[in-house]
Ligand binder design. Structure first.
Ligand code: FMN
Length: 340
């Protein structure tokens, strides 16, 4: 197994463990919708459908990036892609770097001929191979958009991780200008704050996935893989690095109202999806919650999607929101720090 493949296999095993979920949560529990005990509608009339990347989707959430294909990564992606196709939910594949380097076939498009599929590469991989690699990632799965992930803390903790981040913004800008599909920039669990969001907008980015703190904790996973005593000491203060998803989503939406946002990082149920929509996200993404069902079967992933849809429908019913546009306006109370 190559180094990248064995790292990805470790990630899949460790991400399933509860101890690598952020201890303090994403802040969702502090956000409470005002209950509306007079919904004045029937549950069955509630509409979850929405548009994403100019295409209709069944609900405003997507399967977050996890694997581009390694050992059991191929089977995971097959289950996820078949479910995405069956439910008309978009799916993001994980980093395609290893598959592109090894020439391994990427089955996601074959399993999901008409679903929205998002490609994925790390930002530092684009510094040197740039546009050509990005085009190959898009072509390999006929992606509807390319997601570029920013993960500087994870790279610092990983042995041999990328520590030279010069030229990353320029590489992103070049992809945004030259690729035939939109570019979405995401973090992996520390969040993209308003200052970086503005820089990304200046580089031509129209969509970001915030991936704030509160869900899967990559610092914790990387340290568990092979942190030496010294690495543990250095990384210790950064174990909770970042901003909570709720805090960061609110801050980015306030600072960049025209930027299109995917809420992610610790989104765990349909009520969290509703909270993200209320905070200004047009779409949301869940990664880790799809891992366990994806290890089982396509049907298990379909069942997970159906539960999330039902929870979102309940949240809409209980706030008297017949459409997602009504949910944007639902009364909500939250921490003073975000002015709600
Ligand atoms: C097993 C696993 C593998 C991941 N691999 C990638 C990846 O290759 N590329 C990427 O952009 N994000 C990757 N992520 C990060 C997720 O897409 C997401 O941003 C992060 O886990 C926070 O969301 P969550 O709390 O819903 O898991 C991975 C997450 C998991 C759980």
């Amino acid at each position: 197994m190559t180094d990248i493949n064995s790292r990805k296999a470790d990630h899949i095993a460790l991400a399933s463990e509860a101890k690598h979920q952020a201890a303090q949560g994403s802040g969702f529990d502090l956000l409470r919708f005002e209950p509306n005990p007079l919904p004045q509608m029937s549950l069955q009339d509630i509409k979850l459908d929405s548009d994403f990347l100019e295409r209709p989707v069944a609900a405003p959430f997507l399967i977050g990036a996890m694997t581009g294909g390694c050992n059991n990564g191929e089977l995971i992606n097959k289950h996820l892609a078949e479910a995405a196709q069956a439910c008309n939910i978009p799916m993001a594949v994980g980093s395609q770097r290893a598959a592109l380097e090894s020439g391994m076939p990427q089955a996601a498009r074959r399993c999901a001929p008409s679903a929205i599929l998002l490609g994925n590469l790390g930002a530092t991989q684009l510094q040197h191979h740039g546009l050509d690699l990005a085009r190959r990632a898009v072509d390999a799965i006929e992606a509807n958009a390319l997601v570029i992930h920013l993960n500087p803390l994870q790279e610092l903790i990983q042995p041999n991780g990328d520590r030279d981040w010069n030229g990353v913004l320029e590489a992103i800008q070049q992809c945004a200008a030259k690729l035939s599909v939109p570019v979405i920039v995401k973090e992996v669990g520390s969040g993209i704050g308003p200052t970086s969001a503005k820089k990304l907008m200046g580089a031509g980015i129209r969509w970001i996935e915030v991936a704030g703190r509160g869900g899967t904790n990559w610092a914790s996973i990387e340290l568990d893989r092979n942190g030496s005593e010294r690495e543990r000491e250095v990384a210790g203060p950064f174990i909770d690095w970042g901003m909570d998803t709720v805090e960061i989503l609110h801050a980015v939406h306030a600072a960049c109202p025209t930027l299109r946002l995917i809420g992610s990082g610790g989104v765990r149920n349909g009520l969290d999806i509703a909270r993200c929509i209320r905070l200004g996200a047009e779409m949301t993404a869940l990664a880790q919650p799809f891992l366990a069902p994806a290890l089982i079967s396509t049907e298990a992933v379909i069942e997970k999607i159906s539960v999330l849809e039902e929870q979102l429908r309940w949240a809409m019913f209980l706030t008297g929101s017949e459409r997602l546009s009504d949910l944007h306006l639902a009364e909500i109370n939250g921490p003073a720090s975000i002015g709600l």
